[in-house]
Design a protein around this ligand. Structure first.
Ligand code: WQD
Length: 340
């Protein structure tokens, strides 16, 4: 069976994707520098699938290390590239850290990989490239807007780099997956979201508030032009997202498919407001969440949700799990973490 390199494979989406790859019989090797994850995630993956993926702990900024990696692993059939810094707020304060970590590493990876006969490459991108889209739901044809953060800019630049590389390297087949808002955890509670430090994202902040690690959730703004005044996002269960990666990879490995660069939006196609996410959490957990309305957060867009027709029709993929499924799994995972 094909051997797949998963960079950032011990991260939130990466670890769930490794599980789905192993479930489909792929051989997996992970590169992760553990800057935003823990080695215990490797045990979690192994506990779920019964197969311990190969793992190499090094930083993709280490050009020599990467060269030696490909000399040791000269039979890789595809790469899923998750490894990147991803905190929007942090990227505003540390732009150079983000450009070095997200762009240089992509270039080094491509430099090592472009000499291979067939280069199948899946790029982890984000709906953040659309900014506040003029039309909702958002299709892949929606214009990429000037980035609202260096993090978002690194995703836009990453896609441009891949387009240019595909243009001159016909052996490259690339799929860029633009995620909306990944949430939830594997049903086994062996793996899930592991925000190190104060969570920036909504769902881990909700579950940490409910478990007592945080005092209160601040809802960043309830005066937006939406049905209940709070921002709308397309929250997709991380397991649905992981399964989409396996389907996209199988499409690349199928030699019949000759498109060199494709983009897919990965969302549920439904928007949910912050208050609706809170209500979903309270419904599935039976907990009353302690929250207050606070000032808007700089950089937030009002409403974002995906038009998923292209992924549904061309990938044959559709999200199956609901917001309640995701909140239930996130809560179960938080309760498990609190017992560790
Ligand atoms: C969701 C909503 C907040 C926290 C970002 C990146 C995106 C991807 C996911 C990496 C917003 C509100 C949040 C809180 C709140 N990242 N909120 N109180 O900003 O939509 O997307 O993370 O791949 O690329 O842009 O996600 O979870 O931070 O916020 O009210 O304590 O929840 O204002 O409306 P976001 P988020």
């Amino acid at each position: 069976m094909a051997k797949i390199l998963v960079t950032g494979g011990l991260g939130f989406i990466g670890s769930h994707t490794v599980v789905e790859l192993q479930n489909k019989g792929f051989e997996v090797v992970i590169i992760d520098n553990l800057s935003n994850s823990l080695i215990s995630v490797l045990e979690g993956i192994t506990a779920i699938t019964g197969k311990k993926p190969e793992f190499e702990n090094f930083d993709l900024k280490n050009k020599q290390g990467l060269k030696e990696f490909f000399e040791r692993h000269n039979n890789i059939d595809g790469v899923i590239h998750f490894a990147a810094s991803k905190a929007v707020g942090e990227s505003v304060n540390e732009p150079l850290l983000y450009y070095e970590n997200n762009i240089n590493t992509l270039v080094y990876l491509l430099q090592e990989y472009k000499n291979r006969y067939i280069a199948n490459f899946i790029f982890s991108s984000s709906c953040t490239v659309y900014g506040q889209a003029d039309t909702l739901p958002i299709t892949e044809e929606a214009p990429v807007k000037p980035a609202l953060s260096p993090y978002g800019n690194t995703k836009q630049i990453g896609e441009e780099i891949l387009k240019d590389v595909c243009h001159v390297n016909p052996q490259f087949n690339v799929v860029s997956l633009r995620y909306f808002n990944p949430i939830g955890a594997h049903e086994s509670s062996q793996i899930g979201e592991l925000p190190l430090g104060v969570p920036q994202n909504l769902v881990p902040f909700i579950t940490q508030t409910a478990i007592g690690k945080r005092n209160e959730l601040s809802v960043f703004g309830n005066d937006y032009p939406t049905h209940d005044g709070t921002c709308i996002r397309d929250y997709i269960h991380v397991v649905d997202l992981a399964k989409a990666h396996v389907i996209a990879l199988e499409r690349l490995l199928d030699k019949q498919n000759k498109k060199d660069f494709e983009i897919f939006n990965l969302g549920t196609g439904t928007g949910s407001s912050v208050l609706e996410v809170i209500k979903s959490f309270e419904r599935v957990s039976g907990e009353k969440l302690n929250y207050k309305f606070a000032q808007r957060r700089a950089g937030d867009v009002v409403s974002v949700y995906a038009d998923t027709k292209k992924a549904n029709l061309e990938l044959g993929w559709k999200s199956k799990l609901t917001l309640d499924d995701a909140m239930r799994s996130a809560w179960k995972w938080e309760q498990k973490l609190s017992k560790l």
